[in-house]
Write a protein that binds this ligand. Sequence first.
Ligand SMILES: NC(=O)c1ccc[n+]([C@@H]2O[C@H](COP(=O)([O-])OP(=O)(O)OC[C@H]3O[C@@H](n4cnc5c(N)ncnc54)[C@H](O)[C@@H]3O)[C@@H](O)[C@H]2O)c1
Length: 564
Amino acid sequence: LNVDVSDVLGVENKQNEENNTFVPGSGSGGRADRVPCYDPATMQHLGYFPVMEPDEVRQVVTRAREAQIVWATTGFNQRRLLLKVLLKYILEHQELICRVSAKDSGKTMLDATLGEILTTCEKISYLLKEGERVLRPQYRSTGMLMIHKSARVEYHPLGVIGAIVPWNYPFHNIFNPLVAAVFSGNAIVIKVSEHASWSGFFYSRIIQSALKAVGAPADLVHIITGYAETGSALVSSVDKLIFVGSTTVGRKVMETAAKTLTPVTLELGGKDPVVICEDADLSQVIHLAVRATLQSGGQNCAGAERFYVHESIHDEFVKEVAKIVKSVRVGPPLEGICDVGAICMPDHVEKLEMLVRDAVEKGAEIVARGNLLPTDSPGQFFPPTVLINVNHSMRLMQEEIFGPILNIMKFKTDEEAVRLANDSSFGLGSSVFSGSKNRANAIASKLYCGMAAINDFATGYLCQSLPFGGVKESGFGRFAGEEGLRALCIVKAVCEDRIPFVKTNIPKPLQYPVADNAFQFQESLIRMLYGLSWTAKLTGLLDLIKSLSPKKVDGQKQSNGKVE
Ligand SMILES: NC(=O)c1ccc[n+]([C@@H]2O[C@H](COP(=O)([O-])OP(=O)(O)OC[C@H]3O[C@@H](n4cnc5c(N)ncnc54)[C@H](O)[C@@H]3O)[C@@H](O)[C@H]2O)c1
């Protein structure tokens, strides 16, 4: 692929602010007619991107619609080719893709390779291997009544899929809906976050080059930039909308979608609980616990947001995770080795500080904090923090934190752990650790949420055969897995004759004008088909035959139109 990278990694940018440093919400950054982008770890200004007007969005969707008509005629081989071309580029340019993501979102290169590259490669690999099988017509049973028929479900592309995505994984959040949409024969228009438009703009060049390389229409995929109005226009003009973002905005999206009855999948926030029983393997758990909290600076929808630890291992667990967190280095990810990068959203450091303050005022204790590396960088950083003595009256146990804070609460019994874990308005993922698989599974089965990991954290996402999504305020609908792929399709039920020369003929008594005994005929037929015993079925059959045989007319007398 020929992808222009000339303006991506250098500091030179024609659109830069004069001093090349961005101050959020001030100066030209505050204008609503363009999207300013900057690196949250250095505050380096990265450029401006257009705020697409609603009319322009509708035009883009119309163009995508025309491209989709062409694309829908392609076979799976052609679609696989597109995915392979993309995969090849990703494999050969891992570092470039990660650097771009790190620069725009503040995450480290390691966080990027795990959350951007690994996840996307696994998704593409799943589609290459299993996508066609999932989208092939699926034959279903017919039951006795329709035994002469064959019944199947066909999966046809819906048309134009819209996706509104957040900034936390700028690459994967684009490629995740994109590869599934085009593989299932759809076009897609993706509105990237105003906090990750710079990287989105670059990633769209990769997509355009890949489309060209396989001879697919250029309008099949569009990446658009803007704010809420741009997003709203997309919701009301596509055939299905996948929204990935906060619960607050998810509600607004659903309101907009209601006006046009646009179907939506809502992948919203999370507050994932991690239950650690006393028989868990602590040497494994402590490292998973810290990674689950600090991956991408804690800016994960399915991040570990609440730890419930059995009281008998609580102190040991706290000691070990505190030791690790104290060794963590926080700094600009592209200026040397660090473990945790920057916080992407401009006001979020303040919110994280407020959440910790609120908890401490209500009795929580800070037992460890990571180290901010000495740097001249004016970036947005927050030191990873471990808190104990937390409880559900504290805001950080109720609200989505979206930051590197590890909260630990004790529990005594499994019932208590389940009750605490379920005491949340969210229901995305969960984890349960125990030496007994049965016990862990028993706890997990009682958790009211969309996903559960047994003795692990969130690795279910790397089994792309599994559906991803939540319940309660974490949203509804699923992406990934068979459920996610088929959700991008018109699910069409088809029924047809399967035995030559056998077709549905309306029985004589039911033909218009219906016979006097039409009801008795039908009633007997139903008893014959669904009778609970063979005797009941047989009686139904005999009555059915009787109702078909010509009526006795011996000695009949007509009175008031009735046969006597
Ligand atoms: N469940 C998941 O799969 C998943 C994955 C990643 C992130 N998230 C969630 O995303 C959130 C963080 O991302 P964010 O801060 O970018 O979320 P956000 O809800 O603020 O924004 C998401 C997107 O919605 C757009 N938008 C804003 N107002 C809109 C409107 N009225 N109509 C249409 N679009 C509108 C934004 O421009 C952005 O592109 C967290 O809550 C996180 O849990 C969820």
